[in-house]
Design a protein around this ligand. Structure first.
Ligand SMILES: [Zn+2]
Length: 328
């Protein structure tokens, strides 16, 4: 069989086991992923295998040997840009996949290029190890009316979160940043998704647990937004927008964070746990409570609220104590 014939067989048959779950329109969906570390690279791989046909990958870093333990990269990628290495990985899954690799920091990428990229995005994924980039992405999502998903991993990957932010349908990422409060009164002040995992020692399996959840949530959101009634995966996220439970929290260690309090008295608890947190829109949210003063891409400077800044300071101070150098 010729190579071309082999490729066409791959294209025809590779969705046979996804029929009825996902819309065929995924082939024309454009996903922008900012951050191509463990979370971003695995998510891109999963989305490509599910049929997403167009990606833009933004990440300024190069693949390091330490990345091989929990990303999709291989030894041959070491020293190369993560963005272009990931592009190669996706093309190897299916040559029909279109990928644009931008090996630069979001904030340093050419504005005209970003405007074009985000204007055609169907879903924005924030998996950056850069708090400012995550906040900026949220504002871009609001300005361009694009759904976004922010994936964060906490210290040592003992926990993680997936936050959905869909303009016009839910509170945004910044409404959530700065604290967690459940409807039954459990509260923690300093906890939000920074996506930071700066060279943390952590098991790849724990990171994958969160990434796997994010993959299902992202595919479900894309299915729901496609309007294709045959795409059954969409039924998973739709009720969550009704109850405003747009942040999924995962625990990979027993006693993690608020789970002992949240699940007090529940029989047979250990890990893995999950909870869906309710996020209400903040009336003074700088990103979603009214029109943004200026296009965040033009401004390329994020004015972060006092509360958020205080939270960030605490988070960064905690991180400095326990992190090694380099990015995941
Ligand atoms: Zn908001």
């Amino acid at each position: 069989m010729s190579t071309a014939a082999a490729q066409s067989v791959v294209s025809e048959d590779r969705f046979a086991r996804l029929k009825g779950f996902l819309p065929r329109s995924l082939a024309s969906a454009h996903i922008v992923i900012v951050g191509a570390g463990s979370v971003g690279s695995q998510l891109a791989d999963g989305l490509a295998r599910a049929g997403v046909g167009h990606f833009t990958i933004i990440d300024p870093d190069k693949v390091e040997p330490a990345n091989l333990s929990r990303t999709v990269y291989r030894a041959a990628d070491v020293g190369k840009d993560k963005a272009s290495s990931l592009a190669g990985n996706l093309k190897a899954i299916d040559t029909a996949i279109e990928v644009e690799a931008l090996a630069s920091k979001l904030q340093d990428t050419k504005k005209d290029l970003l405007k074009r990229v985000f204007a055609s995005a169907d879903l924005i994924i924030g998996a950056a190890d850069d708090v400012v980039a995550q906040i900026l992405l949220n504002r871009i999502s609001q300005r361009y009316h694009k759904p976004a998903m922010f994936v964060g991993i906490y210290a040592r990957a003992a926990g993680g979160e997936v936050a959905l932010s869909v303009p016009g349908l839910s509170a945004c990422f910044e409404c959530y940043v700065g604290g967690v409060r459940t409807d039954n009164g459990v509260e923690r002040k300093i906890n939000y998704g920074t996506g930071r995992l700066d060279g943390e020692v952590a098991l790849g399996s724990d990171i994958q647990h969160v990434t796997s959840g994010a993959l299902k949530i992202g595919l479900s959101l894309l299915s729901a937004l496609s309007g294709d009634p045959e795409a059954k995966a969409g039924a998973f996220v739709l009720p969550l927008f009704v109850t405003k439970q747009t942040v999924a929290l995962f625990g990979m260690e027993p006693q993690f964070f608020l789970f002992p309090e949240l699940l007090r008295g529940a029989y047979a608890q250990y890990a893995f746990q999950s909870a869906w947190l309710t996020v209400h829109r903040k009336h003074n949210c700088p990103a979603c409570s009214g029109p943004l003063a200026e296009d965040p891409i033009d401004a390329m400077a994020v004015s972060i609220s006092k509360d958020t800044r205080a939270g960030l300071r605490n988070q960064i101070a905690g991180k400095k104590k326990e992190t090694a150098n380099g990015n995941d």
